[in-house]
Design a protein around this ligand. Structure first.
Ligand code: HMG
Ligand code: MG
Length: 322
């Protein structure tokens, strides 16, 4: 292959300098979920100090938001049984405002408040069966369980983010109506969430369905308060995000290296990789504020922590010197 061939690999990582014609398309916020959604699925327990190291590496790479852990029941998610210690490490520190933690109920919020978490994330499924399997509650029961969480957060000035899981399809019920997704999103925002993140928990979404989901949700709430949380099971997460960008979504969840999965959603694989997303956004002319070299170093660290190569293609290319 000659150097002039359009198929020749670029001499240097092309993520740092977007083509001038595409530059300045505005800011996109990446909400990093690797330490929570990624590590929750790991069989081998990652020691607390190493989890903290990963969160620090991601903050250091410039990711504006990092979901650091999860205050669910340790029997349900043993990999994050040290949530209290992980969060306490950052209490009152300079990055406390940039961290969030998953919380399923008032008991989880109590634990998060002990560590002075400034932001928590609640989660509701768009289907009844997934909600039951995931948090052992009907959706009506879960809404009731969230009420005191929203009230307590409002009282102590903490922010609440909300997920709508299985928004593109449910592993138990199959297709989920986009109108139902929109109704759940609107209800969670109405309860006091500052942002709702639509989760393709098992990564079944495709660009056409994504357009329909966003049209339905955008008909009920402003897409400026909507994030997308794509898993990459079928390799379509980036394409779905491109549809989201066109529709006006400007917040995307991603996981370092593509770590991840939901233990209560059979078939769920890793999240969209942060490196793949940053690389694409940068080439499209969107600003993320992420330092590419430090992000690759965080990806290398994540691989070290779980003891295997992670699926992010951009990370692999960067580590191979691409
Ligand atoms: P349960 O067994 O129904 O709980 O579990 P309960 O309310 O009946 O309480 C039983 C005992 O657990 C009590 O203790 C509670 O105090 C205690 P006892 O009185 O018997 O001594 N308990 C807790 N302990 C610690 N932390 C808590 C807590 N809550 C109750 N927070 C529960 C209900 C919600 C706790 C359980 O089902 C659970 O933890 N589920 C979490 C499942 C999970 O983490 N799934 C993965 C995350 S969701 C996801 O990945 C999707 C997402 O990424 C978006 C997407 O991809 O779409 C967000
Ligand atoms: Mg997820």
């Amino acid at each position: 292959m000659s150097a002039a061939s359009p198929l020749a690999p670029p001499a240097a990582p092309c993520v740092v300098e977007p083509a001038p014609a595409l530059a300045a398309r505005g800011r996109v916020t990446i909400y990093e979920v690797g330490p929570r959604d990624g590590l929750q699925n790991e069989q081998a327990f990652v020691p607390t100090a190493r989890k903290v190291e990963l969160v620090e590496a991601l903050l250091g790479a410039g990711l504006p938001k990092v979901e650091a852990t999860s205050f669910v029941h340790p029997r349900w998610i043993p990999a994050l049984a040290d949530a209290d210690a992980v969060m306490a490490h950052f209490r009152g520190g300079p990055h406390a405002e940039r961290l969030s933690a998953l919380v399923p109920n008032e008991r989880g919020l109590g634990r998060a408040a002990e560590a002075d978490a400034r932001e928590v994330a609640v989660f509701m499924s768009a289907s009844e069966t997934h909600n039951q399997r995931n948090i052992n509650k009907s959706r009506d029961e879960a809404y009731r369980a969230f009420e005191p969480v929203f009230e307590a957060c409002a009282a102590r000035g903490a922010r609440v983010r909300a997920y709508v899981s299985v928004a593109w399809g449910c592993p138990y019920e199959g297709l989920v109506s986009p109108r139902e997704v929109a109704a759940v999103a609107a209800r969670l925002l109405g309860m006091g969430a500052y942002e709702v993140s639509l989760g393709d928990t098992t990564g079944v979404g495709d660009p056409a369905l994504t357009a329909r989901v966003l049209e339905a949700v955008g008909g009920r709430v402003s897409l400026s308060r909507v994030a997308m949380h794509m898993h990459d099971t079928w390799g379509r997460a980036l394409a779905n995000c491109a549809v989201g960008l066109e529709a006006g979504v400007r917040v995307f969840d991603a996981s370092v290296g593509g770590l991840g999965g939901c233990p209560y959603a059979p078939g769920a694989s890793g999240n969209l990789a942060t490196e793949d997303l940053v690389s694409m956004l940068s080439l499209m002319g969107f600003e993320t504020g992420v330092d590419w070299g430090r992000l690759v170093a965080a990806g290398r660290l994540a691989q070290e922590l779980v003891g295997r190569e992670l699926p992010s293609r951009a990370l692999r290319a960067a580590l191979a010197g691409g």
